[in-house]
Every structure is written in C-alpha cells, then in structure tokens.
Design a protein around this ligand. Structure first.
Ligand code: PLP
Length: 288
C-alpha cells in the first residue's frame, strides 16, 4: 500500500496528473527514512529536514509534525516486512505549465515504503570501490530536492565503472558523494566537510558524528582538499541506506591499506549497537 494525497491505496491505483509540477519541473522535495523492526530511525530529524527543504523552495507544508508521524506510522504498519525504507515526496502540485508558480496550489503528497536494503555483511567487511567526479551540481545541495538529474548522472558514472559510489570534488575540495556524505580518517582523526550549501546535511552524518564523539574518538569538521582525501588512511560514505560503509579503492587506487580501517570498524560497530538500542526503546514504548 502507498499513500497519495490523504488516501492509502495499492501502488497500481496511485495516479498523478501529468501537469503535476513534480513531473514537469522536478518541483518538489523528498525524504527517505530507514525503519528497523518497524521503528522509524531519527524520524524527528527527517521531518525537521523536510520542513527546512519545503521552506527553502516555498512549498506549503501540508501536514503538522504529528500528522506526518501518524501517516508514516500507518504506512509502516501496512507493509508485510519489518525493515523498511519510507520514501515520501511533496511536490508543488498540479498547475498549468508556467515556471512561476501559482500561490494557492495544493501540494501533492506521495509516500511509499519498500524493504530496506542495507549493505551485505560481506561488503561491510571487504569494503567498496568508488570513483571520483567533479561536483557540477547546483549550489543548493542542502535542499533535498527531487530534481536529482545531477546526482543521477554522477551516480551512473560509478555504476558504469562497477563501483558503489561517486566521490565529489568542487574547486579542489571534497564535498560529498552522489547519494551519501563522506568521512575521511587522517593520522587517527576522523574528518568531514562542514555543513554548508554544498552538501546535504545527512541524518546519518549526524549519527556517525555523535557516536564518534560519544566514544571519545577525535573528530573534526573542516575543509578537506582533494589531495588530502586521496591520501587519506580511510574513506567512508554514510547514508540512511548505506549506513556507514568503507571505500577501499578510489579510481582504482587503494585507499590507505586497501582494507576497511580500524576506525571504520569501530564506528560501524557503534552504529549497529545504536540501532539495536533505538529499536529496543521503540518496542518498549509501543508495549507501554
Ligand atoms: C546527496 C546526498 N548526500 C547525503 C545523503 C545522506 O543523507 P541521509 O544520511 O539523511 O540519508 C544523501 C541521502 O540520500 C544524499 O542523497
């Protein structure tokens, strides 16, 4: 079952008019929330980011926070599987084609949930390959826009090369990857580019940073040059579906030792433990 404009229905029945501005202009924003054992992970943070994206593109938020939580809860309950990726998007709505938008159009809300696919254990242990590319996207990468053609083409570059991700550099600096944030480890210090308009503020990025700090691991947010990233001891990508994943080759060259590093293994373990804790807390809340 999916959700479209206030109603749950089988996906085959979900229809959007061709003049929807999401279809015509890519005029909308989205979120993807991982759900473990039917407990949404960091839901408040995802809803806060959605609200920020909506405000940035001047689309009216069609629901209050409690309504979003309620709809997501119902959608999760309707699926036959436990671990889910809840995708939801809000477009500006249906209107005669014109770049300038009408003031009073009703947003279109679509939501679906698919089985959550996280990296298999074997990939976590072996690490993944990545390629690099020039980050030629627009300058509002902090908005989670459905206009993803830039990210799509960049991701396809790694797919064509048989690699898992495309690491992006803009003006000689590391930004993020085509669908994830990036961390490096240099001389025992975990480093990540600071939040700015050039990267999506990842929910997983925040979780990784909190876990590292909580465990007393050295962490710095700073600009990272392309040369520093290429010479890093470890390189990780982080996202809701990738969780945290070690990159062991970049453009065919080994990163550090060419194996997932010690800090990666530690943070990956902390991430898995944290998930378990959140799920247990969620289950206890539901039981109460
Ligand atoms: C470009 C980009 N950066 C970073 C992320 C990671 O964000 P999150 O951790 O909230 O999934 C994503 C996720 O889709 C993304 O598309």
């Amino acid at each position: 079952m999916v959700f479209l404009n206030g109603r749950f229905m089988p996906i085959e029945e979900a229809r959007v008019p061709v003049l929807d501005r999401g279809f015509i202009f890519g005029d909308g924003v989205y979120e993807l929330v991982p759900v473990y054992s039917r407990v949404p992970f960091r839901l408040e943070e995802h809803l806060a980011r959605l609200a920020r994206s909506l405000a940035a593109v001047r689309i009216r938020d069609p629901y209050g926070r409690a309504e979003w939580r309620e709809i997501i809860g119902q959608l999760v309950a309707k699926q036959p599987f436990e671990d889910q990726g809840v995708y939801f998007q809000v477009t500006r709505g249906v209107a005669k084609r014109d770049h300038a938008f009408p003031a009073d159009v009703a947003p279109t809300v679509f939501m679906m949930s698919n089985p959550l696919v996280t990296p298999p254990q074997e990939l976590v242990e072996r690490g993944a390959a990545a390629v690099s590319a020039a980050d030629d996207r627009w300058l509002h990468c902090d908005i989670k826009s459905i206009s993803l053609i830039g990210n799509v083409l960049l991701r396809q570059a790694s797919a064509d090369a048989g690699a898992a991700e495309t690491i992006l550099f803009r003006g000689g600096r590391l930004t993020e990857a085509s669908a994830s944030n990036v961390f490096v480890v240099r001389r025992g210090v975990i480093q990540a580019p600071p939040k700015s308009n050039l990267i999506l503020p990842g929910i997983t990025y925040d979780v990784v940073a909190e876990l590292a700090t909580g465990a007393g691991l050295p962490l710095e947010f700073r600009d990272i040059s392309e040369a520093e990233a290429r010479a890093a001891d470890e390189l990780w990508v982080a996202s809701s579906s990738r969780e945290v994943l070690a990159i062991v080759t970049l453009d065919g060259k080994p990163v550090g030792s060419g194996k997932p590093g010690p800090l990666f293994r530690q943070v990956h373990r902390l991430y898995q433990e944290f998930k378990q804790k959140v799920m247990r807390a969620g289950k206890e809340r539901r039981a109460a």
